[in-house]
Structure formats: C-alpha cells, structure tokens
Ligand binder design. Structure first.
Ligand SMILES: Cc1ncc(COP(=O)(O)O)c(C=O)c1O
Length: 446
C-alpha cells in the first residue's frame, strides 16, 4: 500500500529548500522531528479540503477498515466524538431538541458535545451491578424499552465500546434495536481500532454501527492524537457527504503533519504484517491472563489487548498495585480502587510480558478487600447540559457538593468518564463516588 503523505514530506525535507512558511522552527532540529513537521504548503493537501495526498491516504484507510469513508483526525477521538454527534443531530428531523440515547459511561468529549450542540441526553444506566465508573452494560431489551418510551424519534443511540476496562457491548444486537427505531448507532471505539484486524474481526463497522471513531494512537503504532472517523457503507449517505465539514467544525486549522504521516504509514503497516503480529500478540495476552488466573489473581473479561486485574477481588487497591509495579519498572495504563489495567500491542517487547508474569507470580494474592458497595441513584437533571456549562460556577470541595448543581463536568483523567454530568443535582451517592475515585473538587453553579 502506498504512503503518499509520508513520501511527499520526505521529498520536501530532502530538497532542503528555504522554508519561508510556518512552522517557526523552519525544520531546524531542536526536538529532532522538525524536518518532517510541515504545514499546508502547495502539494501537501489540506485536511479539511482534502483532494490530494491526504484524500488518497484516507481512501487507503477506508479500504483497510471496509468503510464508505474514513477521515483522519490529528486531534484524537475527542474531535471525532463531537463530529459524529454533530452529524447525528443535524440529520435528525424531529421537532424540539434532538435526543441522544447514551450508555452512561461516556468519555467527557460526549458531554462537551452535548454542551456545544445542545442536544438532550437520555441515559442508559447499568441496571444490574454495583457502580463502576468505566462500566455500563446495556441489554438489547433495555435499549428497546427506552426507545419505546421516548416521545419522539431519537437522533442517535450512542455506546462506548470497548470501555476503559476492556468491557465490550453487544454492538450487533444493539444496532439491530437502534435501527428498528430508525436511529443510527454511534460507537465510541476509541480503544478498539485493532478489532478490525483480528482473526475474527469485531470492529463496530462490521457489527452494524453507522458511525464510529477509533483512537488509532491507543492501539496501533500511531503518534498520540492520530484517530479515525469511520462512516459505514450502510449508513445514510448524509453522513459521508457531511463528515469532513463536521470534523472541520471541531478541529484546528493547523493539524499536525507528523500525526498525518504516522496515520499514513500505519496504512502500509496494517496492509503488510499487522494482522499476523496482532493475532500472535492476542495469543500472548491470553496466555498471560491464564497464568495470572492460575496464580490466583482475579482477571476481568476484557477485550483481547487489555489485561485488567481485578485488584480489589485479589486483595489490593488497584492504585497500590500500580505503585508496586512502578517500583518494578512497569507502568500501567489505568488504576482505580478496584482495577489495574494494562494495554498490550505487538510493539511490546517479549520482556514486557515476562516482567509482568514474573511480578504477578511472585506477588501473593490476598483476601478480597472489604469495601462498601457503591450504587448510583441517577441524579436529577435540573437543567440542560448546555445551560449548566454556560452558567457562572465556583469550585468547591466535592465532599460539600451534595444538593448543588454541577457546572462543568467532574472527571478524573484517565478514564475521563464523568461521575455526574453538567446540570445534574449532585446526590449523596455521587459524593461517595467522588471520594472513591479521588475527585477532590466539583465545579458547581452559583
Ligand atoms: C472511551 C474514550 N473515548 C474517547 C477518548 C478520547 O480519545 P483521544 O484521546 O484520542 O482524543 C478516550 C481517551 O482516553 C476514551 O477513553
């Protein structure tokens, strides 16, 4: 597969001409990569009016992912989440505010989109389990019940899958329900670009989603910030036609060409040896999970490239475990009181697997941590997300926030999943959950 963006920049840099254009470093190597960091000069195409090398590279990506259209983002899934919601609400033909039905474990970019686009959210809550910030399992029956109960047609159904722990939704079944009610299914697949290349592909584009985003940088060998917005072959044509305009609305006019080159090179990498390497890596992670289980550790049922240790069930606070590991030269992706999450790709060295296996075989499993089980009574939404975000607010200690209305959403990052959402009256459950996740301050309305 060709790499038109990379080839163009290499040739330009090798020409060593006078750079009387931006960026200000002029190719002088201070960090080391400046030679390849250019802007939209003649021949370099332009991300939001792409008809040259960027458009060619995006077409290559679309053919790899099997989509009607794939667009590059140099500003992560954060940009794509807003763009896909913009597409859904502008396509919706309902009277009144558009409604988006969303599983509650959204990334904060969803709440930002709700504030900017002023849509109404009907939340789907995990009906079965104790509260866990990242997780929100939704059944097709629950979705059907919710959609039936709406007074108007929703603009979209919105899911986050895989979630930060590696939990995945039954996208195929949920897509069928959404489509029965003529609602497009949007999936935040930030953690799952690689799912398209498994022996048994299970990327949302295969399973019936209409639009999804992937943070290429999370699971593929792509620089931080590189992401895709995918539009399905089966989606309404409106989405593909308007996708670029939607991305432009939320993007910088100076996208990074380093990131675009990285996305371009990833096409070639995927087309060549990636699927074999990926499937070997998946086998190794799966063997590692078995090793840990044999040693007595509780391991969460996660997507194939994540290893999520159920720390509390194994007698540890997940953050304590992360700290021990840090002392042993191992940095995890995420830890909270209940879980410690590790992310692998084929780019990990063999020794990374060995270190982790050794650590967990040498460390003793303890009695499960005794803790208060937290439940979350859905907070009352007293005003729209937009109104709350655009109102005057003050920062207070979250332990004193009960009864106050949340202004800007309170999150810890990672996982940047909100406990309470702008415009909600903070209840006692939310205060306990802030404490559990170390969220010290809340932004509340005056
Ligand atoms: C579920 C989820 N969605 C969206 C995002 C935003 O992705 P990005 O960092 O690529 O902007 C993240 C980031 O961690 C995420 O975890």
């Amino acid at each position: 597969m060709d790499t038109p963006i990379y080839n163009y920049v290499q040739k330009y840099a090798a020409g060593n001409g006078a750079r009387l254009h931006m960026p200000g470093h002029k190719g002088a190597e201070i960090l080391g990569c400046e030679r390849l960091d250019i802007t939209e000069i003649a021949g370099a195409d332009s991300l939001y009016e792409a008809d040259g090398i960027i458009a060619e590279s995006e077409k290559n990506a679309a053919s790899l992912f099997g989509t009607a259209k794939t667009l590059f983002s140099a500003e992560g899934s954060t940009q794509c989440v807003k763009a896909m919601l913009y597409l859904a609400v502008t396509a919706a033909e309902s009277e009144g505010k558009p409604i988006v039905v969303a599983a509650r474990n959204v990334h904060k970019s969803f709440v930002q989109a709700a504030a900017l686009l002023d849509f109404e959210v009907v939340w789907l809550w995990d009906e079965n389990k104790e509260f866990s910030l990242c997780r929100c399992e939704i059944t097709p029956e629950q979705l059907e019940r919710t959609l039936k109960g709406l007074d108007r047609k929703p603009a979209a159904v919105y899911l986050t899958s895989p979630d930060y722990l590696g939990g995945t939704a039954d996208i195929k079944a949920l897509a069928e329900v959404a489509h029965k009610f003529s609602a497009p299914l949007l999936v935040d697949n930030a953690h799952g670009a690689y799912l398209a290349f498994l022996d048994e592909p299970c990327h949302p584009m295969r399973l019936g989603a209409d639009i999804c985003c992937d943070s290429a940088h999370k699971t593929l060998p792509v620089l931080t910030g590189g992401a895709y917005l995918h539009i399905s072959e089966k989606a309404a044509p409106y989405f593909a036609v308007n996708a670029r305009g939607a991305m432009e609305l939320f993007g910088s006019t100076s996208p990074s060409y380093l990131i675009l080159q990285s996305l371009d090179l990833a096409n070639k990498y995927i087309a060549e040896s990636y699927p074999q390497k990926l499937n070997r890596c998946v086998d190794k992670v799966s063997r590692l999970k078995e090793q840990l289980k044999k040693a007595g550790w509780s391991v969460y049922d996660s997507d194939p490239l994540k290893l999520t240790v159920e720390a509390a069930k194994s007698g540890y606070d997940g953050r304590e475990l992360a700290e021990f590991l840090r002392g042993n030269g191992i940095e995890c992706e995420y830890a909270d009181p209940d879980f410690t999450v590790f992310m692998f790709t084929p780019e990990n060295k063999e020794s990374d697997f060995c270190y982790l296996a050794e650590f967990f075989s040498k460390t003793s499993v303890r009695q499960a941590v005794k803790k208060d089980i937290l439940y979350m009574k859905p907070p009352e939404q007293v005003m729209s997300i937009r109104k709350a975000v655009f109102s005057k607010s003050e920062k207070i200690k979250s332990e004193n926030a009960a009864g106050r209305v949340l202004g800007r959403t309170a999150v810890s990052c990672p996982p940047a999943v909100p406990v309470a959402v702008s415009g909600e009256k903070i209840n006692e459950d939310a205060v306990k959950i802030f404490k559990r996740y170390g969220i010290k301050y809340a932004d509340v309305l005056l």
